[in-house]
Design a protein around this ligand. Structure first.
Ligand code: KG4
Ligand code: ZN
Length: 334
């Protein structure tokens, strides 16, 4: 079976469409919503409206670039969850009507599972079982991946996601949303040891990022009292130190998971895996610990339909189709 599938992603603030044919992702069209920049976070209602504007042009472009006619499609895939309800509804309604109109199966995809399966778009591919640190704006998880569609969350955050910690800290620094990439940029010119922030003490393989967020708030407030230009004069070192602390927490638990399970196939996924500091430290840790490390290509780190298409391919092979009456699941689990 070598299906041709159109996949749609609309869980948060990127509207994306991709075509997969014979297991090969042919393209990955992404329309990013800049409307949220001035609000310090994604505004759900604005996201839904932007998805409505973007979805037809993005799907048209994906079909046109891949030189695929709608009648050649074997299935339509969409992100079922987790994500923002209104945003998910735009993608799922569109996918449902297209599948019904073409009389072909519908495939509902878990967004977090798709971030992990982005590793199967290109070579090298991890072998099973592997561990995946999934780090995004909404999630921070360590996942034991036993097969393409057989995954178990073995550690996760009890409060904020690490992407949220990046973005909320960036907001305190007066940087626009999303602040993660900007912290990364300034951090690359700073000293990660300039300031220290406390690690959280979470049991097992779980994380907590609310403590460092509060510590960061007090740190800025105290220093701004002494010097009103503290942020401006020390931005690179502040970003580097914050980033260093966040990465240290992630890496500590990842190493613990690897030791506990004796697994040396290690992957990262999700928007924060675009972070250059995280990528560098992971490469160093691979050498130290004899790990085979898998880091996705940049375009497949943040939200994209290529990963939804890849997951849909595996689900199609197992005939895991969705009823046409399906609805999105904003809190979808594996
Ligand atoms: O996976 P993603 O695109 O969307 C969600 O599913 O949440 O992840 C978005 C998150 C945001 O918090 C963004 O700030 C963060 O990924 N991010 C980064 C970088 N690029 C994106 N965080 C740190 N460094 C980066 N280079
Ligand atoms: Zn995501």
């Amino acid at each position: 079976m070598n299906p041709t599938i159109l996949a749609i992603e609309s869980s948060c603030d990127e509207t994306s469409a991709a075509i997969i044919k014979k297991g090969k992702v042919l393209n990955n069209i992404v329309a990013t919503q800049s409307v949220h920049e001035n609000y310090g976070g994604v505004v759900p209602e604005l996201a839904s409206r932007a998805h409505q504007q973007n979805i037809i042009p993005v799907v048209d472009q994906a079909l046109k670039e891949a030189k695929i006619d709608k009648t050649e499609l074997d299935a339509i895939a969409f992100t079922k969850g987790p994500g923002l309800l209104g945003a998910l509804l735009v993608g799922s309604s569109f996918a449902k009507s297209l599948a019904q109109g073409l009389n072909i199966p519908l495939i509902g995809v878990n967004h977090m599972q798709a971030h992990i399966l982005a590793h199967f778009i290109d070579d090298p591919k991890p072998s099973f079982p592997f561990l995946c640190l999934t780090v995004s704006g909404g999630h921070t998880q360590i996942v034991l991946v036993k097969d393409h569609l057989d995954m178990e969350v073995i550690g996760e955050t009890h409060d904020d996601a690490v992407g949220e910690a990046f973005d909320k800290s960036a907001k305190l620094l007066d940087l626009p949303y999303p602040g993660g990439p900007l912290i990364d940029k300034y951090a690359s010119q700073g000293d990660g040891q300039a300031y220290t922030f406390p690690d959280s003490e979470m049991e097992g393989l779980n994380f907590s990022f609310s403590g460092i967020k509060t510590a960061f708030l007090y740190f800025l407030r105290d220093n701004l009292k002494k010097d009103k230009n503290f942020i401006k004069n020390n931005l690179n070192n502040i970003c580097a130190s914050l980033q260093f602390s966040l990465i240290r927490m992630l890496m500590g638990k990842l190493k613990k998971a690897s030791n506990k399970l004796g697994i040396k196939e290690i992957a990262i996924a999700g928007g924060v895996s675009a972070n250059s500091g995280l990528r560098n430290i992971l490469t160093d840790m691979a050498l130290e610990n004899n790990w085979n490390v898998y880091i996705p290509e940049f375009q497949y780190c943040t939200d994209n339909a290529g990963m939804i298409a890849m997951t849909a391919h595996f689900k199609y092979l197992k005939s895991q189709f969705e009823d046409i009456k399906t609805s999105p699941d904003p809190r979808m689990k594996f």
